[in-house]
Design a protein around this ligand. Structure first.
Ligand SMILES: NC(=O)c1ccc[n+]([C@@H]2O[C@H](COP(=O)([O-])OP(=O)(O)OC[C@H]3O[C@@H](n4cnc5c(N)ncnc54)[C@H](O)[C@@H]3O)[C@@H](O)[C@H]2O)c1
Length: 451
């Protein structure tokens, strides 16, 4: 099948590459000329495990190409995916300007029947707006060309995007037309070989499904973070509680790890957008508002522990003149994505309080530099380099290389053996045995909470 994917970011590049991998001819389009020129030379603009190999192979075999020429790509393709960004607007609602701009471009250039697929995360009712935008452009041209608009929200996770796309838990297709639904089924059939996990529904329900899924996951995270905070105050251990509730098959273990709050390009903006959508139809989504507020507060929990700890020595300016080493910058492991990363809030606060920050991340240093510039120092190679002479280690992202580190080396490098772990990577009792002061989230058996 001939496809074009408009928007070559995390979603568009992965989707386009995976469709090419299953034999389709795919043109990836972007307005960012530098990105497209790089991709033509095999330079992948994002870090995503396994992506580079697939891009190179499919490009070499002629199934995958990159262009800024949207008109030519649309003319050559039956299925046109819109995978551009939908960042939050000032009021929290999804900003649809890029989606609608692309819809207009499609309407301006299409010559025969087209399927226009909303792959970006867009609020209920967006497919109608896309349909209207395409139609207006066709009317302006004075041509009558058939087209369908489909909602096909994406559920991939950064860091596991290729696997998620190739072996999806489900694919949701919102289509109002059987012929188009059949074409979409055919396109996804290579990814459904073991069992059919393709769910076809009406367009508006498909649009809502994406928001409901992300809102549910965000809710679990905020719920567990509050349980953890309460555990600390009651001398209970959230890790035990997590196991205790996760074993209930109605609850399950996924998304029950407490931490320093969710981040990334999806949960924060999708929760905000759903609250806004509810408001627009006069409905108060009180639960989700609380989910968001709890998440904002959770981003301060680790810094509060640092402040409380160093206040014992200097109550008025606890972090002034301290050097804090930070492990992990990206919003989660296996990605370089820094959008809404808790690390940004944590590091900004440390700097405000007069601390010097040195940070390590295996992949996100380049992105972090765009945010912090020279205000912090970085290491993308050895996680131990930044520890020498630091007053404490704070762990913000749970990269695998932090799970089983050389504790002797950490102890020898820091001015004092103290670790603030925002991801509960280590065993509390063991840390005590090997001589660390160790503060984590919701495990107050050895935690430090200011009473
Ligand atoms: N990142 C994720 O994990 C994820 C997962 C599921 C869904 N989504 C959703 O998918 C959508 C895309 O997300 P992303 O993370 O890939 O975004 P991104 O910012 O990484 O990529 C978007 C791309 O679209 C391009 N673009 C913007 N306007 C354009 C235009 N008019 N024509 C052509 N290209 C244009 C940008 O240059 C950019 O390269 C969003 O709606 C997001 O919510 C993202």
């Amino acid at each position: 099948m001939k496809i074009c994917v408009i928007g070559t970011g995390y979603v568009g590049l992965v989707a386009g590459t995976c469709f090419a991998e299953s034999g389709n001819t795919v043109i990836c389009v972007d307005v960012n000329r530098e990105k497209i020129e790089g991709l033509k030379e095999g330079i992948i603009p994002i870090y995503e495990p396994g992506l580079k190999e697939l891009v190179l192979r499919n490009s070499a075999e002629g199934r995958l190409s990159f262009t800024t020429d949207l008109a030519a790509a649309v003319k050559a393709s039956l299925v046109n995916f819109i995978a551009v960004g939908t960042p939050p607007g000032e009021d929290g609602s999804a900003d649809l300007q890029h989606v609608i701009a692309v819809a207009r471009e499609i309407g301006r250039h299409m010559e025969g029947f087209k399927i226009v697929v909303d792959k970006s995360t867009v609020p209920v009712g967006t497919a109608d707006k896309v349909r209207q935008a395409v139609q207006e452009e066709l009317d302006a041209r004075g041509v009558g060309i058939e087209f369908d608009v489909v909602s096909n929200p994406e559920f991939l996770k950064e860091g596991a995007a290729i696997d998620d796309f190739m072996k999806p838990d489900r694919v949701v297709i919102g289509a109002d037309n059987v012929r188009t639904a059949e074409i979409m089924k055919e396109l996804y059939s290579p990814f459904m070989r073991k069992t059919n996990r393709l769910i076809v529904m009406d367009v508006r329900s498909a649009e809502m499904t994406k928001y409901a899924a992300n809102a549910m996951l965000a809710t679990r995270i905020s719920f567990m973070n509050q349980i953890a905070n309460l555990c600390e105050r009651m001398n209970a251990d959230v890790s035990a509680v997590r196991e205790g509730i996760g074993s209930d098959s109605r609850i399950g273990y996924d998304f029950l790890f407490p931490g320093v709050g969710y981040g990334g390009s999806c949960f924060p903006k999708d929760v905000k957008a759903l609250v806004k959508t509810a408001e627009e139809c006069g409905y108060d989504f009180a639960l989700l508002k609380a989910v968001e507020e709890v998440n904002e507060r959770q981003k301060s929990v680790l810094t509060e522990k640092l402040i409380a700890y160093f206040s014992r020595e200097n109550a008025t300016a606890p972090l002034a003149g301290r050097t804090i080493a930070v492990w992990g910058l990206s919003f989660k492991p296996r990605t370089d994505d820094m959008r809404e990363a808790p690390s940004v809030v944590i590091i900004s606060r440390l700097l405000e309080m007069g601390a010097t920050v040195r940070a390590h991340d295996p992949e996100a240093v380049r992105e972090a530099r765009k945010i912090f510039g020279d205000r912090i120092t970085y290491s993308g190679s050895s996680q131990y380099d930044i520890l020498s002479g630091a007053d404490a280690l704070a762990i913000v992202t749970e990269w695998n290389e932090y799970r089983n580190p050389d504790f002797d080396r950490i102890r020898e490098s820091l001015t004092r053996p103290v670790i603030f772990d925002g991801r509960n990577l280590y065993n509390v009792r063991r840390m005590k045995e090997i001589g660390f002061e160790y503060f984590s989230i919701g495990r107050n058996a050895a935690g430090f909470v200011e009473k």
